[in-house]
Design a protein around this ligand. Structure first.
Ligand code: NAD
Ligand code: IPM
Ligand code: MN
Length: 359
């Protein structure tokens, strides 16, 4: 049978708690498939840094690259912890992985599952996917400061947008739209102010659109997009956007569709030159860590995205179905401390649904 080498980065805080449940679900969902998962656990994150001073060594990266895919829980310590001041786990670990492994698509679906309370009075049907660019924009670290600490300090953070980088993510988004029922793609940017990158994004979307006559295309400025995400989220099908806009929009998207405890993501290298990485959108949640309070659903839905990426679409669909069933059986809000079940109880319930459906 096929063997998949999976790198597991459980990370910090609630990361190890939710990854434990995600791995249980992975195992249960693939029991009947001709595949075995060969797991390598990497100790990375704030905990590792505090022990060894390492964030992500060349050896770590070389070893991770040898895998077929990566499952990540969450990394990062308590915000403001002075011992982590020089570590910059976010840039040095998470973004370094996304950039080094050329994760140019950051795929973030938003689905309001039946029975899940939304903070919106009338959310309507919420089922869209954000295709967030993952390797360019203001995230590249193309910046610097002079006269730091003085009243004349100048701090630059230059957004990098290349025709090559924009075109490949835009093409991916059109492919996603083409394969969805509504076949609708919205470019979100700020072309009225960011005129150089804006005209590049707009030009490439217009050019690629000519090759996808079935896909209806429209455009929204990012500020207006936040209005519609709250007033009329069902207008969205596929959103394609730059790295920073996508970061902000997907936290809002999570909030309107059941909360951060349900939001899954994939950092994808569609060329398959490098392993793709699947992770919940949330962070390490130090405020609830170690107490079995975290909702593992986002990590479990990230496993569904992972299975889909590996071509195991039946197993992926079984995970989504088990999660959907579990969510609609929940009586209170699906996330956070309001969730009456422990982290492992949620994982166990989803595993039980999977094993029942297979027997
Ligand atoms: P966070 O997502 O960790 O937490 C925000 C709030 O959401 C907290 O109140 C937390 O308790 C709650 N929450 C998050 N996940 C939950 C879950 N599964 N179930 C229930 N409640 C949940 O964001 P933050 O507090 O801004 O960041 C904490 C640390 O995580 C920081 O070091 C940050 O840099 C890092 N971070 C890492 C990632 C990542 O690894 N991908 C993403 C975001 C933030
Ligand atoms: C996310 C996070 C990361 C991002 C941070 C932790 C670097 O917020 O995955 O959404 O900005 O991409
Ligand atoms: Mn974010």
């Amino acid at each position: 049978s096929r063997s998949v080498k999976l790198a597991v980065i459980a990370g910090d805080g609630i990361g190890p708690e939710v990854v434990t449940e995600a791995l249980k679900v992975l195992e249960a969902a693939t029991q009947t498939e001709p595949v075995t998962f060969d797991l390598t656990h990497f100790s990375l994150g704030a905990t590792r840094f505090l022990e060894t001073g390492d964030v992500l060594t060349d050896d770590d990266l070389a070893a991770i690259i040898e895998h077929d895919a990566i499952l990540l829980g969450a990394v990062g310590g308590v915000p403001g912890d002075p011992r982590l001041k020089n570590a910059n786990i976010e840039r040095g670990l998470l973004l370094k992985l996304r950039f080094s492994l050329d994760h140019y698509v950051n795929l973030r679906p938003s689905v309001l599952y039946p029975g899940v309370p939304s903070p919106l009075a009338e959310p309507g049907e919420v089922d869209f996917v954000v295709v967030r660019e993952g390797t360019e924009g203001p995230y590249v670290g193309n910046g610097g400061a002079i006269r730091q600490g003085s009243p004349h300090e100048v701090a630059n953070e230059v957004s990098v947008n290349t025709a090559y980088g924009v075109e490949r993510v835009v093409r991916y988004a059109f492919d996603v739209a083409q394969n969805r029922a509504r076949k609708r793609l919205t470019l979100v940017h700020k072309t009225n102010v960011l005129v150089f990158s804006g005209s590049l994004w707009q030009r490439i979307v217009t050019e690629v659109a000519a090759e996808y006559p079935d896909v209806a295309v429209d455009y929204l400025h990012v500020d207006a997009a936040t209005i519609f995400l709250v007033t009329n989220p069902s207008r969205f099908d596929v959103i394609v956007t730059d790295n920073l806009f996508g970061d902000i929009l997907t936290d809002l998207a999570a909030a309107i569709s059941g909360g951060i405890g349900l939001a899954a993501s994939g950092n994808i290298n569609p060329d398959r030159r490098f392993p793709s990485m699947f992770e919940p959108v949330h962070g390490s949640a130090p405020d609830i860590a170690g107490r079995q309070l975290a909702d593992p659903t986002a990590a479990i839905l990230s496993v569904a995205l992972l299975l889909d990426h590996l071509g195991l679409s039946d197993a992926s669909a079984r995970v989504s179905a088990a999660v959907t069933a579990d969510i609609s059986a929940r009586t209170t809000s699906g996330t956070g401390a309001a969730e009456p079940r422990s982290t492992s109880a949620v994982g166990d319930a989803i595993v039980t649904r999977l094993t029942d459906s297979l027997s």
